[in-house]
Design a protein around this ligand. Structure first.
Ligand code: MG
Length: 92
């Protein structure tokens, strides 16, 4: 399964959970996560990956910076991990 399919699944699941998600682009800051998800004012940063693919060093660095700044930051690389993310936020 490709990252594009994982990302499409993530977008669908966030919508189903009643959340909001947007692509995250930050010019001049390599390695920022792919998406920002918002549920009830709570913000999460999400890096999508093909199954089993690790974070690149620049992504690892940015992930740690966001975590150290107190942000919830996730790497999701399978439908299973996305379903878990969804279950954390599902209000139904
Ligand atoms: Mg990615």
């Amino acid at each position: 399964m490709r990252e594009r399919e994982i990302e499409a699944y993530f977008v669908r699941r966030v919508k189903e959970a009643g959340g909001l998600q947007r692509k995250f682009v930050s010019p001049g800051n390599r390695g920022v996560p792919d998406r920002i998800a918002v549920f009830d004012g709570r913000v999460s940063f999400v890096e999508l990956k093909a199954p089993g693919k690790p974070l690149r060093p620049d992504q690892e660095r940015e992930h740690k910076r966001l975590c150290n700044a107190g942000c919830k930051t996730f790497k999701l690389d399978s439908k299973g991990t996305i379903d878990f993310f969804y279950s954390m936020h599902d209000r139904a």
